[in-house]
Design a protein around this ligand. Structure first.
Ligand SMILES: Cc1cc2nc3c(=O)[nH]c(=O)nc-3n(C[C@H](O)[C@H](O)[C@H](O)COP(=O)(O)OP(=O)(O)OC[C@H]3O[C@@H](n4cnc5c(N)ncnc54)[C@H](O)[C@@H]3O)c2cc1C
Length: 422
């Protein structure tokens, strides 16, 4: 991409043109600042394009209090950022640029077109070009620090190292997840240069790898309205209700991603982690047993395999029959009480041993990062180094699925930009 030659000095240098960097650069430029936006990929917002499986779950339409419950480890840190720029503000930007949105189940907001590309186009269009020089395929490798304050950055391109002065620098480099989109954790190193500590960084909202071939046999099957329980060393540790999916390596889908926080934490601590799926959460054991008994009585002359069709999706049936070691030619009235009990137990607790996760390559988000205790929540400025600001996933904040993470990026990017100019 042809780029105009950048100047040597700017009011604001934004490092990283992802969700937070685009909003930060746009806000600073609209306030009249001369901005340099430096991005190491060929184009801005690569990750934005893959959000929500290409549909982009833009934000979560809910009160701030809901956000605090869904953001870890300290959602309240975002109070000022949310008071400055929240869900209605990002939606205004999109609506003004012709992107209609719709709120789906669970308050998740998507573009009506189901196209993350439309969101990307609207945000880059809103940012515009006035007052902004962009430098693509340029990786910021260090901060320039003089007299206890940041005064610029050094960036590396194919043709060598460039130095640029900035009255303020906003680090918007994201986390380490989906490194192919450009976020490889560089921001942590830049923050370290400034004297920051880094809270332990780890993949979050990540699928789980399970042992054995059962998940693989069920690959592609999705289950709705089930409970998934995390068992740690045999004790119930967390539960989520909703939708999950089987993959060739293990378990995925919304409730698994949410539970992955606990599962990864416990695995890292060396504990035995299992996921138990309750396929019939609406029925307690007594009610489920009555239902099984009734169906078996009514269909006494049918083969067991056929009666399972009343209870389970067809892909699960051969797996259940294998695990239960029940001969599928058996007739329903031939099933013993013991066999009925084992069917019930498997339906209520279909267990998988978790052995790992696919890491940053498949993690939606990175947990850990710059501790919020080292950033001023009213401005996003570093408490360690003057004129240095942070926005987005590089900060030690991560949300559940549902649009929380993009809203964090938008809100902190906006606040950082206007604070460094006030
Ligand atoms: C597959 C997937 C789906 C997702 N879906 C959703 C969703 O639907 N809704 C939601 O709310 N969240 C979603 N997320 C999370 C969300 O995309 C991120 O939280 C958000 O993009 C973070 O924004 P950011 O600006 O902090 O970082 P990023 O968007 O990752 O941007 C960081 C940018 O900095 C650049 N950069 C890094 N280092 C340097 C350097 N040294 N020099 C120059 N540039 C650098 C990178 O190339 C990148 O462009 C999803 C994430 C993934 C991986």
């Amino acid at each position: 991409m042809e780029q105009p030659k950048p100047k040597n000095s700017y009011d604001v240098i934004v490092v990283g043109a992802g969700a937070s960097g685009l909003i930060a650069a746009g806000r600073a430029a609209h306030l009249g600042a001369e901005v340099l936006l430096v991005e190491k990929m060929r184009q801005p917002g690569r990750k934005l394009l893959v959000t929500g499986k290409g549909r982009c779950n833009i934000t979560h339409d809910a009160h701030q209090s809901v956000y605090y419950k869904n953001i870890y480890p300290n959602g309240r840190f975002l109070k000022h950022a949310f008071n400055t720029f929240f869900t209605a503000d990002i939606l205004d930007i999109l609506h003004e640029r012709g992107v209609e949105t719709t709120t789906e189940r669970g308050n998740r907001v998507f573009p009506v077109s189901n196209s993350a590309r439309d969101v990307h186009k609207a945000i880059t269009g809103w940012m515009g070009r006035k007052n902004i020089d962009t430098l693509y395929q340029a990786r910021v490798v260090s901060l320039i620090i003089r007299d206890g304050m940041v005064t610029g950055i050094r960036s590396e391109t194919g043709s060598g190292i460039g130095e640029y002065n900035g009255k303020s620098v906003i680090i918007c480099t994201g986390g380490k997840s989906y490194p192919a989109t450009g976020s490889t954790g560089d921001g942590y190193e830049l923050a370290r240069q400034a004297g920051h500590t880094i809270s332990e960084v780890r993949p979050a909202l990540v699928p789980l790898v399970t042992s054995g071939d059962i998940a693989g046999r069920l690959q592609g099957l999705g289950l709705k309205n089930v409970n998934a329980v995390v068992w740690v060393n045999g004790r119930k540790s967390a539960v989520e209700f909703g939708e999950l999916m089987f993959a060739h390596y293990g378990l995925s889908g919304p409730i698994i991603l949410t539970l992955s926080r606990r599962a990864v934490e416990e695995l890292t601590a060396g504990n035995r982690v299992e996921i138990g799926i309750d396929l019939k959460p609406a029925l307690d054991e007594k009610k489920l047993d009555a239902r099984l008994l009734r169906d078996l009585d009514t269909h006494g002359k049918k083969q067991v395999e056929n009666i399972f069709r009343l209870w389970l999706p067809s892909k699960l049936i051969p797996v259940f029959l294998d695990l239960l070691e029940i001969d599928n030619r058996k007739l329903c009235h031939q099933l013993s009480a013991k066999e009925r009990r084992s069917i019930l137990l498997l339906m209520k607790d279909f267990r998988f041993l978790v052995t790992g996760h696919p890491g940053y390559r498949e993690a939606i988000i990175t947990a850990g990062g710059i501790p919020t205790s080292e950033i001023d929540s009213r401005t996003m400025e570093s408490k360690i180094l003057k004129n240095l600001y942070f926005a987005g996933e590089v900060i030690d904040l991560d949300g559940n699925t549902g649009g929380f993470n993009l809203q964090i990026a938008f809100s902190t990017g906006y606040l950082a930009a206007q604070s460094c100019l006030s």
